[in-house]
Design a protein around this ligand. Structure first.
Ligand code: AMP
Length: 286
């Protein structure tokens, strides 16, 4: 695996591949890697002979500076995992490499309703930051394929919109969420939980599964209130949202309707750690 830090070294390492050629697949990450990230690398290898991964903790997407400061880091272990997974190129930029003019006057992206719903409400500015960094990374790497995880459901929709807006000819692939044995979605933030917290955290997935078992037999508001109660009873400190939404627009579904494609999405705090998860409804094996 080749490791590069600068844009020049990145372009040189990729000089054999034409811009946006399908032979280059790209997985952007913030490091503190786990098997969910590695599943994106594995999926990339199925698509393309060259797999590029970036590790960059992007300051512009953290609306909470304490969350940015506490974001876990494990670079040596990350490098070993990426090498073992067959990554060809690891891009490790500095803030000044991606934002040479600083982070103050970056472009704003038209995200419409996506910024007014769910994560958009609870993390103001977050998706602008995500677009800023992914746009910069796509310009730098020029991949034919971009792989993202379904765990960040709304983020996938935001990046789809970014690709349309910028008309970059990169194809988006969404990879299913990797879970621990008890159902907890793998996440870099899980490592900030205590052993007790880690056990309690799995109740977020249990609650989503319960929600799925009830849909569409009860009204969304009833299910949402009960699901929230379940998370608090399981030890969560607070619930930002647990919402049943239209799977294609994320608009809240106000009535139970088996004909609408639906997804339940949740964000909740446990031991000060913000966990998110989602489950498309009506698609689970019984
Ligand atoms: P992050 O490092 O959290 O920015 O995540 C980098 C990429 O990995 C994003 O596309 C995430 O959606 C994806 N990802 C994170 N957790 C998982 C998971 N448990 N399963 C699959 N993909 C994931």
């Amino acid at each position: 695996m080749t490791i590069v830090h600068s844009l020049q070294a990145l372009r040189k390492a990729l000089s054999g591949a034409p811009a946006h050629h399908p032979s280059v697949a790209f997985v952007p990450t913030m490091g503190a890697l786990h098997h969910g990230h590695i599943s994106l690398v594995a999926a990339s290898r199925q698509l393309s002979p060259t797999v590029v991964v970036s590790i960059f903790v992007n300051p512009t997407q953290f609306n909470d500076p304490a969350d940015f400061a506490r974001y876990p880091k494990s670079l040596e272990q990350d490098i070993d995992m990426l090498e073992a997974a067959g990554t060809h190129l690891l891009f490790l930029p500095e803030v000044a490499t991606l934002y040479p003019q600083g982070t103050q006057h970056l472009p704003a992206y038209p995200l419409g309703r996506l910024e007014e719903l769910l994560e958009g409400v609870h993390r103001p500015g977050h998706f602008q930051g995500v677009c800023q960094v992914v746009h910069r990374l796509l310009e730098a790497v020029q991949p034919g394929q971009l792989l993202l995880g379904a765990k960040d459901y709304q983020q996938c929709m935001v990046i789809r919109q970014l690709l349309q807006h910028t008309t970059l000819p990169t194809q988006l692939h969404i990879v299913p969420t990797m879970r621990e044995a008890d159902g907890l979605a793998m996440s870099s933030r899980n490592r900030r939980l205590s052993a007790d917290g880690r056990r309690q955290a799995a109740s977020i997935y249990r609650t989503l599964r319960w929600f799925d078992s009830q849909w569409p037999h009860q009204p969304p508001a009833v299910l949402e209130a009960e699901a929230s109660r379940q998370l608090l009873a399981a030890g969560f400190d607070s619930v930002d949202y647990i919402s049943i939404s239209h799977a294609h627009t994320l608009e809240p579904l106000l009535q139970a309707d088996a004909n609408e494609p639906a997804v339940v999405l949740a964000a909740a705090f446990l031991e000060g750690v913000r966990l998110i998860d989602n489950l498309p409804l009506g698609q689970q094996p019984a």
